[in-house]
Design a binder for this molecule. Structure first.
Ligand code: ZN
Length: 353
């Protein structure tokens, strides 16, 4: 077998400096403001770290709960009205109207994103302040998603592009504050899974090894962005983040969401709730989470879950997606991934890596 192809996994960074005269600086003396441009070894996409902005951020405190935190009665995901206000599964998929796992409840998305699109509500807790979620409840919620995906694939084996996502709080795109995941299956991949499938398969053909396993092997050697492990999931700060405080969990050697054991989802949920505690410690309350799978026997795309902080759900918050991201197509974040990893490590057991 050919050894991994290091050329394909270049952890490239370029440092540039902007020279400016600070406001009120006497004599027009210039200051150098460093900016680092990094290239993601997986996607090839660049991002930039604008360190100057971080210096103005200061210590943050968690925003207060939103007004809807107390509005159980009008929430369609709260019991008992969830049974009345949410759609039910096609009989092709289930003889029960909704899937239940522990306290988690899964039903079709009223506003579907694709051929198979469902919502998995974590439990009956309407508003859960970030960092206080129950890992066992998240494990049940993930297992509910997997149950749904098993049923979809049994009914439609061509719907191989699977994904689990989360928009925690409306600032991250969530329509309701009630914690829930979205689960998707489709015959037509979205942009990222389409790219990742091609990239991972081509990498394997060229290098004889797996893309995310090799990425992780590099990071284990490098150490600076490694955070810890939960079961077989290895957590690290993304080298070239496309979101604030972007963390990855890589599950080396597994290309199938449907073949993981229940224990693997408990371990994943444990890691997710640790990240939530980390985000809380930074004073942020909103985030996105996502994981994709290409459920084909010959897929070389290993599982990787991503989490990114989003703008806080609070009045008059500055949005994190600016003209730089929407118009130039490049994320500008403020802090070095190595610093993110160092701050996140204390939320994992010391022996975790
Ligand atoms: Zn609710």
């Amino acid at each position: 077998m050919v050894k991994e192809n290091r050329e394909e996994l270049e952890f490239r960074r370029v440092e540039v400096a902007a020279r400016i005269v600070e406001p009120g600086e006497p004599g027009g003396r210039e200051t150098s403001k460093p900016v680092e441009i990094r290239y993601d070894p997986v996607s090839g996409r660049s991002c930039r770290i604008t360190f100057a902005r971080a210096a103005t951020e200061g210590e943050k405190t968690l925003p207060p709960p939103p007004p809807t935190a107390a509005e159980r009665a009008s929430c369609p995901f709260c019991r008992p009205q969830v049974e009345r206000l949410t759609p039910t599964l096609s009989p092709q998929l289930s003889d029960q109207p909704r899937l239940k796992r522990g306290e988690s409840l899964l039903f079709p998305n009223l506003f579907p994103y694709g051929r198979y699109s469902a919502v998995s509500v974590v439990d009956d807790n309407h508003f859960v302040e970030i960092g206080t979620a129950d890992a066992a409840a998240y494990a049940d919620c993930l297992l509910n998603c997997v149950d749904y995906l098993h049923r979809v694939m049994a009914a439609d084996p061509e719907a191989v592009y699977l994904a689990i996502t989360q928009n925690h709080l409306p600032a991250a795109g969530g329509s309701l504050v009630h914690p829930h995941l979205q689960v998707h299956a489709d015959r037509i991949p979205a942009n990222l899974p389409r790219f990742l499938e091609t990239r991972a398969n081509a990498y394997h053909a060229a290098a004889g090894s797996y893309l995310f396993s090799d990425y992780l092997a590099h990071e284990k050697q490098e150490q600076s962005r490694l955070i810890g492990a939960s079961g077989e999931w290895h957590w690290l700060a993304a080298f070239a983040p496309e979101g604030f405080f972007e963390l990855w969990a890589i599950r080396p050697g597994s290309c199938s969401l449907l073949e993981l054991s229940d224990g693997e989802f408990s371990a994943l949920a444990d890691g997710i709730t640790r990240v939530q505690k980390f985000y809380r410690s930074l004073g942020h309350n909103a985030y996105n989470l996502g994981m994709v799978a290409c459920e084909k026997p010959d897929s070389r795309l290993e599982l990787r879950l991503r989490m990114v902080v989003r703008s806080d759900y609070a009045e008059w918050t500055r949005n994190d997606i600016t003209g730089f991201e929407t118009m130039l197509g490049e994320m500008a974040t403020f802090s070095a991934p190595e610093e993110t990893a160092a701050r996140a490590r204390k939320f994992w057991p010391a022996s975790g890596s």
